[in-house]
Design a protein around this ligand. Structure first.
Ligand code: GCV
Length: 672
């Protein structure tokens, strides 16, 4: 009886506590700076000084004689120190005796914006370009807000425009505009960079060629560099997508990537600028797209100038929900490398699905390439880092509140790649969501912070499960939002059939020594680990192996059953997120709660669409029934095959009021 009474009392107290807690109104426009004291207030509360003995961007926060000090190697370091203190305060880690000394792991920590001069954003899901290229004035207030957000997580560079570049970004009018943006960003320790189009000398000045060994072309780039640096003395340099996806490049003139990169490097070197040359290259004729970066870049190792860095996507194909790390990270020895992550969710449900990338990037950065023996992690092989931004004109910058977590996570990992995804998730939740009035710290922690953190930590694996589990990849339709495993028309390496290779015998891409040989682009022992079915990690199984439907996995279940179970698991995990979110309603601003509730409704419906399309389609090959313990398919494959989601003119997918995708027959199949 006594036990019952104390239980009842506890339940009553909890209910009273929950009901008396009043959520604080928030609209997501403060992002992760919501919970901290304003920057100026934090700055005014400390004694500051520059100490040249400290690393340039480093800082030291400490207490002495009852006062708090921040010493830093530079103004930029001081700014990072103030933001670090602000974060520590918000996290309850700034008590008396605080002593925190930090410096960034990488010198170059960039956001790459894929923003076009017409204000559209390639793979942008948060409105038009935040730079407002077509407006008369630059959007100063937004740029300042962006500068604060980047500085608060330690980012120090922005490439303003799309790698599919427009040559006009280098005309006098645009250089003047970029200079104005750079003047603002500089105040936040951020350098400005531009993506260039290889054919700029032809388009802007009528040169006959873009041959990097042609003296006229070389002089054109030298003159252009001089013009840019006259306007922007600390300009960072160029990002280049060349001989990739239809973009021109040095190979069009019989020259190599090294010839091209070095020509630009020579033009920028006198001013301290760099060239970031992308390794994202592949040809439609190759039997395995995953092999191509190593095939093209390994023979050039050691030929690149000192101020050239090869920018390599985390995986060998293209920002898929799960890929192994790119083998190039373990192969180049005499060439500088940087990793490129995708903050924007091109392949993970745009800004509709909750998918926290902290875990994705942690997995890549911690991967051992074995290049210089054990412990040669990707994080250690690269000297710089870039993330494709998820920003736009939306007042919350990212489309919705949980998408902001990826910008935050990217910045924190760029500053310190040894941080765990879990720590970053914890920090983000505490700084972003305000504790309801009248709620105790402990209750907030247990009732809100922990469950939200759990959602974040499980979210990426959920997407892998309901989109493409067990190493399946690139099962996308045209806009990269929904499933289209049936697609086999057009350029082969842009079609899902090229990647899943499903037939009546089985499924998966054979990249073993009997297949495309991709495994041997990895250093031992990884090459053999991936090659051998017994040791290949199950979450990459169908990336490296083509297997029969009845192949037995470690669970003892057949591959077909496991595929179905993973898709089902993805749906169930998202349903779990929805349930948790319902329970969290008393603690979150109504606006943020409703926004996320709608997104999770869409995500759950999309997850079923993915499962119906992929399981339904693969079933036409496997000919097997679904395992008894999974949810039955909602829509038969006949009603999904060849269909895709309706999108608006900016490519944003459309859902009905219930959150279900509006599926339609593509124009090519419709009657006139
Ligand atoms: C900017 C993928 C994307 C393209 C992108 C390309 C790249 O193919 O779908 O939108 O183009 O990668 O990274 O260059």
């Amino acid at each position: 009886m006594r036990k019952y009474l104390s239980f009842a009392l506890a339940a009553f107290l909890f209910a009273a506590c929950a009901s008396s807690a009043r959520p604080v109104e928030q609209d997501g426009t403060d992002l992760w700076l919501a919970a901290g004291r304003p920057y100026e207030t934090v700055l005014a509360s400390v004694q500051t000084g520059i100490d040249p003995a400290l690393p340039a961007e480093g800082f030291h926060i400490y207490d002495k004689d009852g006062k708090r000090f921040i010493q830093a190697g530079s103004e930029a370091g001081l700014r990072y120190g103030v933001y670090a203190l602000q974060r520590a305060e918000a996290l309850g880690q700034a008590g008396p005796g605080m002593d925190l000394q930090e410096k960034p792991f990488y010198d170059i920590r960039l956001l790459n914006h894929w923003d076009n001069l017409d204000d559209t954003v390639e793979r942008g899901y948060a409105g038009l370009s935040m730079w407002e290229w077509t407006a008369t004035e630059i959007p100063e207030a937004r740029i300042r807000h962006y500068g604060e957000l980047c500085a608060s997580i330690g980012l120090n560079g922005s490439v303003l425009n799309n790698v599919n570049s427009n040559p006009l970004v280098l005309d006098a009018e645009h250089i003047a505009r970029v200079a104005k943006i750079a003047d603002i960003l500089r105040e936040y320790g951020i350098k400005t960079y531009l993506s260039i189009k290889w054919t700029s000398p032809i388009a802007l000045s009528g040169l006959k060629s873009g041959d990097p060994l042609d003296p006229k072309v070389r002089q054109w780039w030298k003159d252009k560099a001089a013009e840019i640096y006259a306007a922007i003395p600390d300009f960072g340099g160029f990002l280049v997508k060349a001989n990739s996806e239809g973009q021109a490049g040095p190979q069009d003139y019989g020259r190599t990537h090294a010839d091209g990169a070095n020509m630009l490097a020579e033009a920028l070197a006198p001013y301290g600028g760099i060239v970031m040359w992308r390794a994202f290259v592949y040809a439609p004729t190759s039997p395995d797209r995953a092999n191509q970066a190593v095939e093209e870049f390994l023979p050039l190792d050691g030929q690149f100038a000192d101020n050239v860095i090869i920018q390599i996507k985390n995986g060998p194909v293209d920002f898929q929900p799960r890929e192994p790390f790119s083998p190039l990270f373990g192969r180049l020895k005499k060439t500088k490398m940087m990793v490129e992550f995708q903050v924007t969710q091109e392949y993970l449900g745009f800004s509709n699905h909750l998918a926290f990338h902290g875990t994705t990037w942690e997995e890549c950065l911690d991967s051992d390439t074995y290049r210089d023996g054990e412990g040669s992690t990707v994080a250690k092989m690269v000297t710089a880092i870039a993330g494709v931004a998820n920003t736009g004109q939306d007042p919350n910058f990212c489309g919705y509140v949980f998408a902001q977590a990826n910008w935050y996570a990217y910045g924190r990992l760029a500053w310190n790649p040894e941080l765990s995804a879990e720590q970053i998730a914890d920090e983000w939740v505490r700084q972003t969501f305000l504790k309801p009035e009248g709620m105790k710290d402990k209750a907030f922690e247990k009732k809100f912070v922990e469950p939200v953190k759990d959602i974040l930590m499980a979210s990426r694996e959920a997407v892998v499960d309901y989109e493409m589990p067990l190493g399946l990849h690139h099962l996308f339709g045209g806009t990269h939002y929904g499933p289209a495993p049936w697609e086999r028309l057009g350029r082969p390496d842009w079609t899902p059939a090229y990647y899943h290779k499903a037939d009546s015998a089985g499924i998966g891409f054979d990249r073993t020594r009997d297949g495309s040989g991709n495994v041997d682009q990895y250093n031992e022992p990884l090459a053999s680990t991936f090659n051998d079915l017994e040791t290949c990690p199950e979450n990459l199984l169908l990336w490296f192996h083509h297997l029969p439907w009845d192949y037995k996995l470690s669970s003892g279940k057949a591959l077909w059953d496991e595929i179905c179970l993973h898709y089902d698991q993805g749906i169930q995990t998202v349903e779990g997120f929805r349930k948790t979110w319902q329970e969290l309603k008393p603690y979150v601003s109504p606006a943020l709660w409703a926004e996320t509730d709608r997104k999770l409704t869409i995500q759950a419906s999309d997850a079923r669409w993915w499962r119906d399309a992929c399981v339904g389609y693969f079933q036409t090959f496997s000919g097997r029934p679904l395992p008894a313990d999974v949810e039955p398919l909602r829509t038969p494959i006949d009603s999904l095959i060849y269909r895709s989601i309706q999108s608006d003119r900016l490519g944003m997918p459309q859902h009905d009021e219930a959150g279900d995708p509006i599926i339609m027959m593509p124009r090519r199949f419709r009657r006139p």
